[in-house]
Design a protein around this ligand. Structure first.
Ligand SMILES: Nc1nc2c(ncn2[C@@H]2O[C@@H]3COP(=O)(O)O[C@H]4[C@@H](O)[C@H](n5cnc6c(=O)[nH]c(N)nc65)O[C@@H]4COP(=O)(O)O[C@H]3[C@H]2O)c(=O)[nH]1
Length: 802
């Protein structure tokens, strides 16, 4: 030992120490980099490590030899040196193999260190032995032993450090430790040998234990291994216990999470928490025997399998997969993976498996809500457009035809307004159910909102299929709907468009069916209309007219004409107020055109109120025995404030209530008989008179005449037209006169155009006469003049005379 210290401290040059250390550090660092370079295959790593160590060993040995015994350099035997280099290379490769083996423990790491130390010492002693041949080498046993233990320890710790968990430090420390090994072993080996001067003197009496250098090395190595492996085993046990505790701690932690956790190396499952066992229905032992990808319906991607590196800032979305659950049930899961050091110190992929069944169900529900109408559960506009787009595409490819039916309920608003929204909702559901019953499985029904529905008929043989269905749909609504104890009636107007003729996109087809539906509405309610080219132009025209009507109303461009009514004695009894629209560009627009438009657009409310107010105001300036008749539209009639409006107008204009006669039509009474009766009664109670207009058209229900407190009946002009040449028409008119009189109702005949009609009616007791023969609708000034005349009955007598 003393010899060793003397050698290390006094015999070596400082320059040599430095050079050896620097070269050893360089080679050590290279060797460590080779072990750490995981991008290389293991075999390549081992070979590169072997080369770096062999080079480092030879360089540091020869440098030491050169600085201690420069004259010996020329006696180095090349063959022995080559053998020594091969031994070092093999020892380095074995130690690298130990280090890189998957199940690395402290023991394997120390063993790797011992093997390398053995190789390095063997090389040094072998070369020294061959240099001094034929003499036997003299050495210091205790020094050799110390060097071996020190070398093995340094080497072992170099490997241990490299395998430790820290990020930067291990490579640096491992490089330093390996460099020390490469420095200490050649130096120490040389220092353990007696100096050649001394050695020549003791050659005759060598150390008793010095049989041969190889034996010495082997013995030293054996003792070093026993000693170090013993310590390593103890450490291994302690580490294993610590790992077990850490493992248990992590398992408790992992079992407490809601996510399933799988710890894998490649496809091998090395651990799993309780949750994943519940999710798969497999216990840990079974799981460990399964390949990880087999747990999923389709295997995870390479990215998930390899896992994101711990500490990496790369963010990638979790992968959505299906886990095979108990009973082969497919469980939708989200899998995130991360590459992390496991408790055994080696890296493993940790897969977090989150059950997303509820989230998927919620997403599905949200999607359902987005595509369906919440009231009827039918597909909504978005859902319809998606399906229709597919159908159009399919039609394009196969050349088949599909029909789109646009449906709009007639009279729904009245139900909603009178019975309330709850009843309206019930009605819509019931309507949807009735429609559905008329459809085949392949047909598609959607609700666009409000009272609008759409039906798609796929692959029709001809458009007659759609027309037939439309008729069935209309008739399926004939039966009343029982809503909150009331009978409610609604109808439906249907427009039909056929793909690809009426549109080659979903939007165009919907638009075409919509246009056709509007046309159906214009033709009267409960109609079917097929789309035809040019219809949209009609609709545009109608739209322009609506805008003009709004403008005319706001600018006060509308006028009222007054048509006189006479009693049977020829006395002027009343005027009927009839709205007129002198359009600045289109000329006079007849009420038959703009009144229905005003009805549909709701403009009838301000228009009707304006007519009522103006007519009452004008009439209030006339003689008190002349009344004014004003038409009431269904929409006006449905307004809750009608009675109040009428009262307010009468008060405002000062017209006596009995001089106002409101004309209502039969259709208006049918929509809600009870409410109509209440309204008519209420108006009559306020002294206003009510007449049933256009009698003879429509249902001509005698029940209305009997049940409603009307003041008079106006027989429609289409009947009056025929009374002189159609005996049946006359029989009906005559019956109406007789019956009305029996019910104490006055009868007015409208549309009298000939003297024959007039004398026939007059002769059979008709109470009041109106018609072009007696007076056309006239402007206010003319009407006021006529109302001011004393002898207005003169005209009728003159007519009858001629
Ligand atoms: N061919 C012929 N026709 C005759 C004869 N005598 C009267 N008429 C026409 O018959 C219609 C009578 O009005 P109506 O039945 O209430 O039918 C009215 C009424 O339902 C509606 N209307 C007119 N003004 C108003 C209004 O201010 N409010 C409401 N709600 N409807 C109105 O428009 C309809 C048509 O009004 P007008 O075109 O003014 O047509 C008027 C009048 O000009 C005749 O001898 N021969």
């Amino acid at each position: 030992m003393e010899r060793l210290f003397t050698f290390l401290l006094s015999e070596q040059h400082a320059v040599s120490h430095f050079t050896v250390t620097a070269l050893a550090f360089l080679c050590g660092t290279l060797a460590i980099q080779c072990l750490a370079a995981t991008r290389f295959k293991t075999n390549i790593q081992i070979v590169l490590f072997g080369i770096a160590i062999t080079t480092g060993n030879l360089v540091s040995f020869f440098d030491t030899l050169w600085s201690s015994y420069p004259y010996l350099l020329w006696h180095i035997p090349l063959v022995t040196t080559a053998i020594a280099a091969i031994v070092v290379f093999i020892a380095a490769c074995i130690s690298a193999y130990f280090y890189l083996c998957p199940r690395r423990t402290i023991k394997t790491v120390i063993l790797a260190g011992c093997v390398l130390a053995f190789g390095l010492s063997f090389s040094a002693f072998t070369i020294l032995v061959s240099i001094v041949k034929p003499f036997v080498l003299a050495y210091d046993l205790s020094a050799v032993l110390s060097i071996m233990v020190l070398g093995s320890t340094l080497c072992g710790f170099a490997f241990w450090e490299l395998g430790s968990l820290a990020a930067i430090r291990p490579r640096l420390f491992a490089s330093i430790l390996l460099a020390l090994t490469l420095t200490v072993l050649p130096l120490g080996s040389m220092g353990s040998v007696l100096p050649f001067g001394e050695w020549m003197t003791v050659i005759q009496t060598p150390d008793s234990a010095s049989f041969s250098p190889i034996g010495v090395i082997a013995l030293s190595e054996f003792i070093a291994i026993i000693f170090l492996v013993g310590i390593a085993s103890l450490l291994d046990i302690r580490v294993a216990v610590a790992q077990q505790k850490e493992g248990d701690r992590i398992r408790h932690l992992a079992d407490g999470t809601f996510e399933g956790l799988l710890i894998c190396r490649g496809s091998e499952i090395i651990d799993a928490n309780q949750r994943i066992q519940e999710m798969t229905g497999l216990d840990l032992t079974t799981l460990k025997h399964r390949a990880m990808p087999d747990l999923f319906v389709s295997p995870p991607s390479e990215r998930t399998l390899s896992g994101r590196e711990a500490g990496s800032s790369d963010i990638f979305a979790p992968e959505q997969l299906e886990l095979v659950g108990p009973g082969m049930r497919r469980i939708p899961v989200e899998v995130l993976s991360r590459d992390m050091p496991y408790v055994d110190g080696q890296s493993a992929a940790v897969l977090a498996v989150r059950d997303i069944t509820e989230r998927k169900a919620a997403e599905e529900h949200i999607r359902y809500l987005a595509l369906h109408d919440s009231l009827t559960s039918l597909p909504n506009r978005r859902g319809l457009e998606m399906v229709l787009a597919q159908i159009v595409e399919n039609s394009r490819q196969t050349g088949s035809e599909s029909a789109v039916l646009g449906l709009d309920l007639d009279g729904f608003k009245a139900v909603n307004d009178t019975l309330g929204h709850y009843a309206g909702d019930l009605l819509l559901k019931e309507v949807a159910a009735r429609f559905q019953k008329q459809l085949r499985d392949s047909d598609y029904l959607a609700r666009l909102g409000g009272d609008e529905f759409v039906i798609i008929l796929r692959n029709i043989s001809s458009k007659d299929d759609a027309v037939k269905l439309a008729k069935r749909l209309i008739s399926c609504l004939w039966q009343p709907f029982k809503l909150s104890g009331h009978d409610a009636y609604v109808g439906v107007s249907i427009g039909i468009a056929v793909s690809p003729r009426d549109g080659d996109t979903a939007q165009m087809l919907l638009k075409s069916s919509d246009i056709a539906m509007y046309q159906a509405k214009l033709h009267g309610k409960g109609q079917v209309c097929e789309f035809a080219a040019g219809m949209d132009a009609d609709l545009r025209e109608r739209h322009d007219l609506e805008l003009d009507l709004r403008r005319a109303l706001s600018r006060g461009e509308l006028k009222i004409h007054y048509q006189p009514l006479f009693d049977s004695s020829g006395k002027l009894t009343a005027f009927e107020a009839l709205a007129r629209w002198p359009h600045p560009e289109r000329g006079m627009i007849p009420p038959d055109r703009f009144i229905p438009l005003a009805e549909e657009t709701g403009l009838i409310v301000p228009l009707g109120e304006w007519v009522l107010r103006t007519a009452c105001k004008v009439a209030s300036t006339w003689r008190s025995d002349i009344s004014i008749a004003v038409n009431l539209s269904p929409t006006q009639f449905q307004r809750v404030d009608l009675v109040e409006t009428v009262s307010a107008v009468l008060k405002e204009t000062g017209l006596e209530p009995w001089r106002l006669e409101l004309e209502v039509t039969e259709s208006l009474l049918m929509e809600d008989t009870a409410k109509a009766l209440a309204l008519v009664t209420s108006l009559r109670e306020r002294g206003v008179r009510v007449a049933l207009d256009d009698f003879g058209t429509g249902y001509s229900s005698l029940a209305y005449l009997h049940n409603f407190p009307f003041d008079k009946v106006k027989v429609d002009r289409t009947f009056i037209n025929k009374i002189t040449n159609d005996p049946n028409a006359w029989t009906i008119v005559e019956s109406i006169i007789v019956m009305s009189h029996k019910l104490k109702l006055r009868v007015t005949a409208e549309g009298i155009e000939t003297g024959a009609q007039l004398s026939l009616l007059k002769g059979h007791g008709c109470d009041e006469m109106q018609g072009f023969l007696l007076g056309r609708p006239m402007p206010e000034t003319e009407a006021s003049l006529l109302a001011g005349e004393k002898q207005t009955g003169r005209k009728m007598h003159e007519i009858l005379r001629t």
